[in-house]
Ligand binder design. Structure first.
Ligand code: EPU
Length: 421
């Protein structure tokens, strides 16, 4: 568990790690390539270890040295992914697109739901079917095959009912090795999609329009080796900016790409802080008097659902009434009950949280309910009076590299302790 003594001012600079959600999909993307792939700026996280286990179970050879990950996917078995790891890491399902595109066959367990919602993969599967795959789901396992002599997926025009990040990534990867041209309309526009496209382009793929809502991919016969650096984690950067705001502390975050953080910066400014772009991917947070604002989570470039819980912690201390509406995931407000234990004044109405700012929260024992909720509880603890104990750190360790050391270096009083029974 983490013990946090609140109300210590922070100062200094924090170094942001590589983006979890980019690194995960780039690792899956490396399955497209029968040559050496080198990924740099890969964070050390439980989710990355789980993805490594999935790749290893397929026969991939992996070597990690610091934040550099070497991937050799020459000799692999596209049907060997085990359920126990896929069920723990939904992102491992991203392997379906590359494996099907490269081998014309794949067998992979359906990942199932998780702490924040049901998380269907219907759009991924429909898109692969549109590209000529026959898909059978039996006993919880997806079997996909491409018929025909060369077993290649065929380029197709695909419209996504919703700009799903995962579906866009799956189909983009699948289309890189398909025969002919694929267009994905109503595609997700997240920076992680652009990173994936740039990674595939660096391997020789032909991809146009990533970062817009229409992506065109012209299939190529094969991809070549690559040496590529993952983008900085915009959600980790946003979380630290909120740490500055909630403790009224001037801090800088680097490397953070301001363009990836536009909605987060806009909301921090609406709440009363200033963000100065100091160049060289360095952002300075100047704290201010916190005031209420409304937030609705949306696909990029809307406000990210992955920052919703952290902003809720901040709005608990902001003067006035705020409304947070969670529109992306159906079960991502469970941190409300934990913040209430610390004295927050929040009412839930469906997917809306009505927050009335209070002058202070009191430290309390709280339980993480998912990855971003765990960050929100740490943030609340940094600003609360007294000691907060955050349990359920398996969520936190999935997605924040070394968070307590990074916070301690900024001046926070935070310790990871092993609970004695
Ligand atoms: N959806 C469908 N059908 C589908 C696919 C998605 O209805 O076939 C729905 C989902 O149920 C959800 C919405 O679309 O309600 C958004 O899901 P999306 O597919 O966009 O999300 P994802 O790819 O499963 C990624 C990130 C999440 C992040 C979301 C939204 C990774 C590994 N995960 O998930 O990250 O919240 O995009 O930005 O990239 C996190 O890091 O904490 C996290 C949950």
């Amino acid at each position: 568990m983490l013990e946090i003594w609140g109300r210590n001012p922070l100062q200094g600079n924090v170094k942001i790690s590589g983006a979890k959600n980019s690194a995960l999909v780039l690792m899956a993307g490396s399955l497209l390539c029968p040559k050496d792939c080198r990924l740099r700026n890969v964070p050390s996280l439980v989710d990355i270890s789980r993805m490594s286990q999935i790749l290893t179970s397929l026969g991939v050879k992996l070597t990690k040295n610091g934040d550099v990950l070497d991937i050799d996917a020459r000799d692999i078995n596209p049907t060997a992914a085990p359920y126990d790891i896929v069920s723990q890491l939904r992102a491992s399902f991203f392997a379906v697109g590359p494996l099907l595109a490269r081998f014309g066959t794949v067998k992979i367990p359906l990942p199932g739901g998780c702490d924040i919602g049901a998380r269907p993969v219907k759009l991924h599967i429909q898109g692969l079917q549109a590209m000529g795959a026959s898909v059978l789901i039996e006993s919880g396992i997806v079997h996909a095959d491409v018929k025909g002599s060369n077993r290649r997926l065929q380029g197709a025009k695909i419209y996504l009912d919703y700009p799903s990040v995962g579906a866009t990534e799956t189909l983009l990867m699948a289309a890189t090795l398909a025969e002919g041209e694929t267009t994905i309309e109503n595609a997700a526009q997240e920076p992680e999609i652009v990173d994936l496209a740039n990674f595939c382009i660096a391997m020789g793929a032909k991809i146009y329009g990533a970062g817009t809502n229409k992506i065109t991919i012209v299939g190529v016969d094969r991809l070549h080796s690559v040496d590529y650096a993952v983008i900085p984690d915009r959600i980790e950067a946003g979380t630290f900016l909120v740490a500055g705001a909630i403790t009224h502390s001037e801090i800088t975050v680097s490397s953070a790409i301001a363009d990836h953080l536009v909605p987060v910066i806009a909301k921090l400014e609406a709440i009363g802080c200033r963000i100065i772009n100091e160049g060289e991917n360095c952002l300075r947070l100047i704290p201010g008097e916190l005031k209420a604002t409304d937030i609705e989570t949306l696909p990029y470039p809307g406000f990210p659902t992955d920052m919703q819980a952290q902003f809720m912690a901040l709005l608990c201390f902001s003067e006035g009434n705020s409304v947070i509406s969670e529109t992306v995931f159906e079960n991502r407000l469970r941190h409300v009950a934990e913040l209430q234990r610390m004295g927050a004044n929040i009412r839930l109405k469906g997917n809306h949280a009505l927050i009335q700012g209070v002058p202070f929260l009191s430290g309390a024992p709280v339980m993480s309910t998912d990855l971003r909720a765990s960050a929100a509880l740490i943030l609340a603890g940094l600003a609360a009076q007294g000691k907060t104990i955050v349990r359920g750190l398996h969520h936190l360790d999935r997605g924040y590299e070394d968070i307590e050391n990074k916070l301690r270096k900024l001046g926070a009083r935070i310790e990871r302790v092993t609970e004695s029974n």
